[in-house]
Ligand binder design. Structure first.
Ligand code: C2E
Ligand code: CA
Ligand code: CA
Ligand code: CA
Length: 279
């Protein structure tokens, strides 16, 4: 217990100390993780509900820490954002993912697209547009095969800069997906003014998605609105055959989730595709 002027007290529990130490450890070793080749990308398939064919894969960052083991992105991405490392890491992901997809395109998946998560912090950086250009040039991937996933909450922050950046990205020919759609409390007006191509319905609406659930009404409404605006709809977190069937029935364009496959290491993804079953 520490005295802090007046009579306000701050309690330091052992847990908080442990958490702080862990954070500092992570921060220190994240700086070296890129050089030491501890980061890698897992790829999760996104399939077309009509053709049931592979359409896209989402690039999901992984960190294999020598002592702590596999650290989830939800733990280290926020630290990378706070420390500014997200710029370097984000650029690395972009280049690596574009290169990988170009290789797979040359190797039997000619129309495969890739979807890369972009942090709101990256979007605020003026250099971001040049980084996207460089990643495309470096990999030889055509812009139309690249999707950038921005969260709905990223649209809220720093609105005018964000809009300007998205316009430039649109001119470059890359596609934009709104990730975690339905969770951001933002106004919907940006949907009509910006170059957006996909809406990804957040997993939380799919989890208990059944004909008789409140989520059904929400998902249906998103579908109608999205299609009315000429957007494609992706449902994420699809875990059962029933969810896939119902989503297909109401016109959802793409699905992603454990029912199809979990995120996979590159070589696993490649062999999965070669033996792809009918869903
Ligand atoms: P997200 O963009 O919403 O990614 C989807 C998350 O849902 C992934 O978690 C994925 O593994 C998980 N998922 C996919 N299908 C299912 C399913 O059927 N059931 C369940 N329960 N989960 C499913 P992951 O890989 O742990 O990533 C978590 C978050 O970390 C991502 O959420 C994204 O916000 C962030 N992230 C991951 N990679 C990057 C990156 O390269 N850059 C940035 N800025 N953020 C990233
Ligand atoms: Ca995502
Ligand atoms: Ca998501
Ligand atoms: Ca999410």
């Amino acid at each position: 217990v520490k005295q802090q002027g007046g009579n306000s007290l701050i309690f330091y529990t052992e847990d908080m100390n442990k958490e702080t130490v862990r954070r500092l450890e992570i921060e220190g070793s994240l700086r070296k993780a890129l050089e030491k080749d501890e980061l890698f990308i897992a790829y999760q398939p996104i399939i077309n509900t009509q053709s049931r064919e592979l359409s896209t894969c989402e690039a999901l960052l992984r960190w294999n820490h020598p002592e702590l083991g596999l650290i989830p992105p939800t733990t280290f991405i926020p630290i990378a954002e706070e420390t500014g490392m997200i710029h370097e890491i984000g650029y690395w992901v972009l280049k690596k993912a574009c290169k990988q997809i170009k290789e797979w395109q040359n190797d039997g998946m000619p129309h495969l697209c890739v979807s890369v998560n972009v942090s709101a912090h990256q979007l605020q950086n003026n250099r971001f547009i040049d980084e996207v250009k460089s990643a495309l040039e470096y990999s030889g991937l055509e812009a139309r095969y690249l999707y950038l996933e921005l969260t709905e909450s990223a649209m809220l922050k720093y609105a005018s800069d964000t809009i300007e950046m998205m316009r430039k990205l649109g001119e470059l020919g890359v596609n934009i997906s709104i990730d975690d759609f339905g969770t951001g409390y933002s106004s919907l007006s940006y949907l009509k003014n910006l170059p957006i191509h996909h809406l990804k319905i957040d997993r939380s609406f799919i989890q208990c998605f059944r004909m008789d659930s409140p989520d059904f009404a929400i998902v249906n409404a998103i579908m109608t609105m999205g299609h009315g605006l000429g957007l494609n709809i992706v449902a994420e977190g699809v875990e059962t055959k029933d969810q896939l069937t119902l989503l297909t029935k109401i016109g959802c364009d793409f699905v992603q989730g454990y029912y199809v496959e979990k995120p996979m290491q590159p070589d696993q993804f490649y062999s999965w595709h070669q033996n792809m079953k009918v869903y």
